[in-house]
Design a binder for this molecule. Sequence first.
Ligand code: URA
Length: 218
Amino acid sequence: MVEKMGKKCRISECPLFLNGKEVPYSGNTSADVIWFGESPGVTEEKERKPFVGDAGVLSKRVCRKAGLPWKSLFIMNSARCRIDKSNMTDREIGAVLECCRKKVVRAIRAVRPKCIVACGDFALRQLTRQKGITKARGKWIWSDEFNCWIMPTFHPAYILRNKGLLPVLRQDVKAVVAFIKNGYAPADMEDENVRYEEVQSIRKILAVSYTHLTLPTN
Ligand code: URA
């Protein structure tokens, strides 16, 4: 019964303490790619599963069309409980993200992905401590902290409100598929879109290829 109702937020410093209903992460725990969202919505909170509402339907369709099977992914969020933006200040949202960060870090370190698709500004903020998804989207970022690449993109819920941007989300997911086909390395390193300043040294690029070459999956 307790399990069905969902675990309440137990982090006393969190603005959602005892009110937030935790939605567990789900999917393939040995995934090469993590689909990383913002926070559960109302549907996800009810079903206790991430990305099962409208944004999830769109995410699955975009991934399928790009050739990225949803089942191959690990699905998680920047916050475990629903962030109701209309009733929370930016400071409170920041505090929720900070309180959930330990769980985020633990999960990513356990999965050890080659890449994380950061959907939206909260995701970018949680993973890189940077803001500004509009500028960041579509450009690979190397994360020393998570030892993997990050592809920031617009949140699918934002795309649902701004349908003209759907091709942009599609393009970013296609870049992830190209990354996989390229041996888990950005396929567009010569492309002016790649943010060279984020690639702190050639060693890291080699480290990614090296891991890929020395740790065959079969
Ligand atoms: N939006 C998210 O960011 N995550 C979900 O799980 C659902 C909607």
